[in-house]
Ligand binder design. Structure first.
Ligand code: MSP
Length: 509
């Protein structure tokens, strides 16, 4: 059976509306998924919502709603965002789904039988917003070492998962599989963290404090810690303990794409959970950076979030996709501002890609009555084979920014080609008609090559371009040999249409 390319986003907390930071992970995964689909591979892209835990319970209480009613209201907002952003996921998992709850309980019962879970009294400090326990030594100036907020003293009986038993194994695994955690600097960070003794993980919360969770299978008084519940989504969504055939075709996941703030859970807790479950490791945990606004992480608690829907309504989803995919190398932090986005809009989209389409279509309209002229492939001014290979290599090594750069290099080259060949001068000389046809045919063909590749990055724009080029076969090109052929057909009547990216001035509110 062909292994399906299986990729995951984190499942998002439903304690508030999604912002640009959330949209980022989903856009990245969508781009990878679309590219693999283009290559003809089966793809399974899963996303969803993380609905249990104190944060959600509190958010519901604040609105005087039952948690279930509260989450049922928020989930459609996530689904709507993914719809307007063109996110083509294959499965949407909710941790409140019955099958998921059953799998979590089954795993816990198995681990308890195995002796990897024990009950103990916990005494220490607790950070409610982070839902993390800390020892006295771990606190920084008496505050949570992760978020620097006040912590509460706690004493309670809970169930613990023996992380410590597997610490040596995990270090060895990471060292033996250098590509398991990426970027490399994040792998080193995890190994650094593992230099300290690993504490066992408290995997329950007493119902006295938290009721909104999956009931712990061995106790009526405890619910499962939200992170244990959440991480399991990656296997439940793939059919684990429910559909062996499906699970075999999907697992191991090819990539868990996560933000750097949740790397420890994915690169320490999760591998150990899988190890004790006897399940193969995912192939890759990739941590991306944060979108910042004026130096601070964009986050609900800071209160500086940007609503992606507003940006999409103003500029279109492809513009936000382009900005987020291209602005920083995957892994690094980026600065978000609407001014920057508007700058990229006018330089890269309106003046570069939009202009290339507009001038190509206008000249074909003017000099060849709107029909693609017959031209010679030998007069090509770029190398489609190299382009395909460079873009594929970049995507397969999770460098979408590099992929975008390769595509834009062709767009820039094509615009230069117009300046070099000066079709408006060629058009004045009847003896140059053949030369003019060669130039315009190859310009149109370069736009076609760009459009095919852009399907993964800017799907709306790509489809608009393919339609205007009347390239019905554009969506089926999945191999370099087909890609290298001339893609436009002489005689096709182009549809110039409205500017792909209207001038920025017209956009400003
Ligand atoms: N529910 C957990 C994940 C469980 S996965 C088994 C969670 N949810 S979250 O909603 O808080 O965050 C989801 C993702 O959004 C994380 O990968 C996080 O890094 C990402 N981002 C949240 N704010 C972000 C930015 N400002 N910038 C980039 N990504 C950010 O954590």
């Amino acid at each position: 059976m062909t292994k399906t390319y299986y990729l995951t986003t984190p499942i998002y907390y439903v304690n508030g509306k999604p912002h640009i930071g959330h949209a980022y992970t989903s856009i990245l995964c969508d781009t990878f998924a679309r590219f693999h689909r283009m290559l003809g591979e089966p793809v399974f892209y899963i996303t969803g919502t993380d609905e249990h835990g104190i944060k959600v319970q509190k958010a519901a209480q604040e609105q005087k709603k039952e948690p279930r009613a509260f989450v049922d209201e928020i989930v459609p907002q996530f689904k709507e965002l993914w719809r307007v952003m063109g996110i083509q996921y294959d499965y949407f998992i909710r941790t409140t789904d019955d099958d998921h709850k059953k799998v979590v309980q089954k795993i816990l019962a198995d681990l308890e039988k195995k002796g990897d879970i024990y009950k103990a009294k916990y005494q220490g400090w607790y950070c409610t917003p982070c839902e993390s326990f800390w020892t006295e030594l771990q606190l920084k100036d008496g505050k949570c070492p992760d978020c620097n907020r006040a912590v509460d003293r706690l004493e309670e009986e809970n169930y613990f998962f023996k992380l410590s038993k597997y610490q040596a194994w995990l270090i060895q695994y990471i060292e033996d599989h250098p590509a398991f955690i990426q970027p490399e600097y994040r792998k080193n960070e995890v190994l650094g963290f593992l230099k300290e003794p690993l504490e066992d993980l408290c995997i329950t919360r007493p119902k006295a404090r938290l009721t909104w969770g999956i009931e712990y299978p061995g106790s009526k008084d405890h619910v499962v810690y939200v992170w244990f519940d959440a991480l399991v989504n990656y296997v439940t969504g793939a059919g684990y303990l429910q559909d062996d055939k499906k699970f075999k075709s999907l697992w191991p996941a090819d990539i868990h794409l996560v933000g750097k703030d949740i790397l420890r859970q994915h690169a320490v807790f999760w591998p150990i959970m899988l190890k004790t479950m006897g399940v193969e490791m995912p192939k890759l945990v990739f941590a991306h950076g944060w979108w910042r606004i004026g130096g601070a992480k964009m986050s609900k608690s800071v209160g500086n979030v940007v609503d992606p829907i507003a940006i999409v309504q103003k500029y279109g989803s492809d513009v936000l996709r382009y900005f987020l995919l291209n602005e920083v190398t995957l892994g690094l932090d980026g600065t978000y501002s609407e001014d920057l986005l508007a700058e990229r809009y006018s330089s890269d989209l309106a003046n570069s890609l939009g202009n290339l389409w507009h001038r190509t279509a206008s000249m074909i309209e003017k000099y060849f009555e709107g029909k693609v002229p017959q031209g010679k492939q030998e007069s090509r001014f770029y190398d489609p084979k190299g382009l395909w290979e460079d873009v594929s290599k970049a995507i397969l090594s999770y460098d979408p920014r590099e992929a975008v750069a390769r595509i834009w290099a062709v767009i820039t080259r094509a615009n230069q080609r117009v300046e070099e060949t000066k079709p408006w001068i060629l058009a004045k000389d009847v003896s140059k008609k053949g030369e003019l046809a060669d130039v315009l045919f190859n310009l149109a063909d370069s736009v076609a090559h760009v459009a095919v590749l852009l399907q993964a990055f800017m799907p709306d724009t790509a489809h608009k371009m393919l339609n205007r080029l009347k390239m019905t076969h554009g969506e089926t090109i999945g191999h370099v040999s087909e890609f290298c052929k001339p893609l436009v057909t002489a005689g096709t009547v182009l549809e110039k249409g409205e500017p792909l990216f209207p001038r920025f001035e017209e956009k400003k509110s």
